[in-house]
Design a protein around this ligand. Structure first.
Ligand SMILES: C[S@@+](CC[C@H](N)C(=O)[O-])C[C@H]1O[C@@H](n2cnc3c(N)ncnc32)[C@H](O)[C@@H]1O
Length: 237
């Protein structure tokens, strides 16, 4: 258990932006795993934690794609109809929490996502020279779906995939440049990420001075994220 911080009053821009707050009287299950400077991590299943969260500006979700990756404690290999129900299930919980939404659906899952809720737009993450394969091959791009967003600038973001030194053995951390650009393009003033993984969203939000909450089912990944957050902020990407 990461024990460094437990202060809610540290928000970097409190008063200027919507502030994420927990309801009074929330019990031990909602004790943050990590909290500092307006950045909070909860360890647990996002579907169980969501009811205790309050509204935020941006929902940024990078869920498992059902590509059979080895996440610590989560089976990324559901029957397809079960995976589709799971996506619809958590999306119906979380989309009501935010006025803007961005989701990475994975290239092989657009048929699942488009019927769940027609997006206002589809952005492109261009990842030249993508080194990793998946069940659908070596794509050099991935879609991101968005709702409720008027983008600042182009809907194409170029960010290469390369090993980041501080993401431990998490199988698929997103590039920091990609997530930072998304926060900027969506003009996010606060953010919640229900599938935190190695903590990229919170790390990018911290660098940009945006209050943020992340939820992750694996304690090992929570620790990786907390350790990343304890680094000094050096440069944007
Ligand atoms: C695609 S990864 C996210 C990677 C992240 N964007 C990053 O940059 O590191 C999806 C994450 O969701 C987590 N996860 C799966 N089911 C979950 C659930 N029900 N609640 C919370 N986290 C979950 C997995 O453990 C995994 O770390």
């Amino acid at each position: 258990m990461w024990r460094a911080v437990a202060r809610q009053g540290d928000l970097p821009t409190a008063g200027a932006v919507p502030v994420l707050r927990l309801p009074a009287g929330v019990g031990g299950a909602m004790t943050p795993y990590y909290e500092a400077g307006g950045i909070t991590i909860y360890h647990g299943d996002c579907r169980e934690i969501f009811s205790a969260l309050t509204a935020t500006d941006l929902l940024l979700a990078d869920p498992p794609y059902n590509y059979k990756l080895n996440y610590d404690g989560y089976t990324d290999d559901l029957p397809r109809d079960e995976y589709a129900r799971w996506c619809a299930d958590w999306f119906s919980q979380y989309s009501g929490l935010a006025s803007k939404t961005v989701i990475f659906p994975g290239n092989g899952n657009l048929d699942i996502w488009l019927p769940i809720k027609r997006p206002s737009g589809i952005g492109c993450w261009y990842k030249p020279g993508n080194p990793s394969s998946s069940s659908v091959g070596f794509d050099e791009w991935e879609p991101w779906l968005y709702w409720g967003v008027r983008l600042g600038g182009s809907s194409v973001i170029r960010a290469t995939v390369s090993k980041q030194g501080d993401t431990g053995d998490h199988p698929c951390p997103k590039p920091m440049a990609l997530i930072s650009m998304l926060l900027v393009k969506t003009k996010a003033t606060s953010v919640i990420d229900p599938f935190l993984g190695s903590g990229t969203t919170l790390f990018a939000a911290k660098k940009l001075g945006i209050p943020a909450i992340g939820i992750e089912q694996s304690e090992k990944y929570c620790e990786i994220a907390a350790n990343r957050l304890s680094q000094e902020v050096m440069e944007l990407v």
